[in-house]
Structure formats: structure tokens, C-alpha cells
Design a protein around this ligand. Structure first.
Ligand SMILES: Nc1ncnc2c1ncn2[C@@H]1O[C@H](COP(=O)(O)OP(=O)(O)OP(=O)(O)O)[C@@H](O)[C@H]1O
Ligand SMILES: [Mg+2]
Length: 323
């Protein structure tokens, strides 16, 4: 095994898992997975149903043992109990006691996490606010909807201000507001230094917040890396801050598409129009803060399907599966 990479919050090397079955040969749920999650990442762990995402996460949390290979979390073997205190975890199907209120449940979690008694109630109220469940603090968990349970799951995961969040399908069951709030929570967590590793099938949300991804199929890694490197550049967009009407007028004439933001800023799609991009660059130097130029990337959903299609073609398969 090579040395644990400095700055990696998760590192696996040739990780494999075969679930044993009575009188039948086991199949590889995970087949030689090697991935690295650098500190500070928001890492999207993707793949169709049965790809091996939950299996990987369970090994990382030491809930099941790998058949072979290595898994390191925060620089330590995943079996290290010390490391657990620094991780926030949301399992794929969390079972919360229905008789407890949200606040009582979080209080038990806080005790299990050995949060110091002083400051515990304040921290619980803080996370309830963060996941927008403060109004339901006294309600029984048994009365919660799927999305409300998911919010409580996220609340317990961030309770100990973890260094690393490992979340198995945290977006499952959330309505569009809940998904937006979740994305904001994750971005906030990243700002305060938490690295995030989560599985999801909601590729538009993954594209919005993740800077790195891995795609798995049938236990095998198909690709991993920085999202922007994996998605081909499809052109340039420029965001013009409100109150710069002259710049807007000039560039809008060269744009292939336009969109006005709720705050009054305009986003112009300059596509591959080199002249327009050069002019935007000149203007951004001349008027600091007025324009923000960024590369537009291919859609993650298209990339995901293409990657899986290529894998299927390589394996001589033809069927079509869902993300
Ligand atoms: N306890 C188990 N016993 C036997 N096989 C299992 C077990 N758990 C998972 N598997 C098999 O391992 C493979 C990977 O399953 P896993 O749950 O890791 O997939 P996943 O990527 O999380 O899928 P999903 O998107 O549906 O959550 C599947 O073929 C599944 O049937
Ligand atoms: Mg799963």
C-alpha cells in the first residue's frame, strides 16, 4: 500500500467487496475501487442503482469489512474509532426512534457524540435552525414526512461540527426548497472547513455544488476527478453586475443567450464567439467588479449517460438503466 496522501480526507486503494451468499458464488459489489478525496472537496459519488456507493460508504464508516483493499479516512484506517468523532454521517435509510421529539433525538445524538454538556442545548437549537426544523423541535419524529426526517438526519450529521461529512443520498425526499437549503448548508459547511463526500442521483444538484466526482458502475470506477476537468468546456458566459447598462448593451448584441437574475445582474452566453470573449475580457480589466467571466461546461447528466453508455458498449451490453 502506498503512503496515505497528505491532505486526503478519504483514500481507498483497490477496495473490493464480495457479499457472501449461501451455496452461490458471490459477485463483486465493489471491484478494486481506488479514489482520493482531497481536503476541502465537495465530492459527488455517483452511479446507477446497485453501483456500489452504499457499500463503499459502509466500508468507510466501518459498518462492514472490505473483502480486500484499503480504506483511509482522515488519514487513519477506517476502523480507527478515534476518527469517528470527527465525522458526520447520514446513512442511506436512517431509523430514528418515532417516540422521540426532534430535540430529544438530537440531545441523545449529542450525548453519544460526547459533546460537552455546556453549550449542548445551544448547539442543538443552532442545527435545528440550520435545517429549518426549529418549529418542529417539540414534534415527535414519528409524525415527520420523508423530507423532514432527512433534515433531522442532516442535523445530527453536522451536530459535532465534523471535519468530514459522509452522506448517503442526502437529497432523497427533499422538495425543491429542501434541496436548495441542503446545498446552502453544504456550501456553508465547506466554508467553515468541512470536506463533504455524498452519493446522489440528482445530477443537476451535484453539478451545482460539487468540485469533484466519481462515477461507479457495477462496482467499478468509470472516472473520477475535478468536475470542470471531466466536463468539456462548451463556451464562455459573462455575468454583468446591475447598473452597468453600457457594458450590457454592447455585449448583449454579441450574446447567443441571455438571462436576468433576480438581483438585477445579467448572465450572457457568449458561446465560442472569440471576439465577444476578448471584448468582455477588455471590459473586465477596464471596469473591475462589473463583469465576471466563466467557462460554461457540458451538462453532468449528459456526461453521466455518455460515460455509462461507453462502459456498456465496452462490455457488449445494450440495456438502458436509470441514474
Ligand atoms: N447485504 C447485502 N448482501 C448481498 N448483496 C448486497 C448487500 N448489500 C448490497 N448488495 C449488492 O451489492 C451491490 C451494490 O449495492 P449498493 O447498495 O452498494 O449500491 P448503491 O450504489 O448504493 O445503489 P443505490 O443507488 O440503489 O443506493 C448490489 O448489487 C447489491 O445487490
Ligand atoms: Mg445506496
Amino acid at each position: 500500500m502506498s503512503a496515505v496522501m497528505e491532505g486526503a480526507v478519504i483514500q481507498t486503494e483497490n477496495l473490493s467487496k464480495v457479499y457472501k451468499r449461501w451455496f452461490r458464488p458471490g459477485t463483486f459489489a465493489l471491484n478494486n475501487l481506488t479514489i482520493t478525496v482531497p481536503r476541502g472537496s465537495i465530492f459527488g459519488f455517483l452511479g446507477p442503482n446497485g453501483a456500489g456507493k452504499t457499500t463503499t460508504i459502509k466500508i468507510l464508516m466501518d459498518l462492514i469489512k472490505a473483502t480486500s483493499g484499503k480504506a483511509y479516512v482522515l488519514g487513519r484506517p477506517s476502523s480507527d474509532v478515534e476518527v469517528k468523532a470527527k465525522i458526520g454521517f447520514l446513512p442511506d435509510s436512517p431509523a430514528f426512534s418515532p417516540q422521540l421529539t426532534a430535540r430529544e433525538f438530537l440531545n441523545i445524538c449529542a450525548k453519544l457524540l460526547r459533546l460537552p454538556p455546556e453549550g449542548r442545548p445551544e448547539r442543538i437549537e443552532e442545527v435545528l435552525e440550520t435545517v429549518k426544523m426549529a418549529d418542529h423541535a417539540k414534534d415527535k419524529i414519528g409524525s415527520f414526512s420523508r423530507g423532514m426526517l432527512q433534515r433531522i438526519g442532516v442535523a445530527q450529521a453536522i451536530l459535532n461540527k465534523p471535519e468530514l461529512l459522509i452522506l448517503d443520498e442526502p437529497l432523497l425526499g427533499l422538495d425543491p426548497f429542501g434541496r436548495q437549503e441542503f446545498k446552502n448548508i453544504i456550501l456553508e459547511q465547506q466554508k467553515r472547513g468541512t470536506s463533504v463526500f455524498f452519493s446522489s442521483h440528482i445530477l443537476s444538484d451535484v453539478q451545482e455544488i460539487c468540485n469533484r466526482i466519481a462515477i461507479l458502475n457495477k462496482g467499478k470506477l468509470l472516472c473520477t476527478g475535478p468536475l470542470d476537468d471531466l466536463l468539456a468546456c462548451s463556451g464562455t458566459s459573462v455575468t454583468i453586475a446591475p447598473g452597468h447598462d453600457d457594458i450590457l448593451k454592447e455585449l448583449i448584441a454579441m450574446a447567443a443567450g441571455t438571462e436576468k437574475q433576480p438581483d438585477g445582474a445579467w448572465v450572457l452566453n457568449l458561446g465560442r464567439n472569440g471576439e465577444a470573449v476578448r471584448r468582455a475580457e477588455e471590459l473586465s480589466v477596464k471596469h473591475p467588479g462589473a463583469l465576471m467571466i466563466s467557462a460554461m461546461h457540458e451538462n453532468l447528466e449528459e456526461f453521466f449517460f455518455q460515460t455509462l453508455e461507453k462502459d456498456r458498449a465496452a462490455n457488449g451490453e445494450q440495456e438502458h438503466e436509470q441514474a
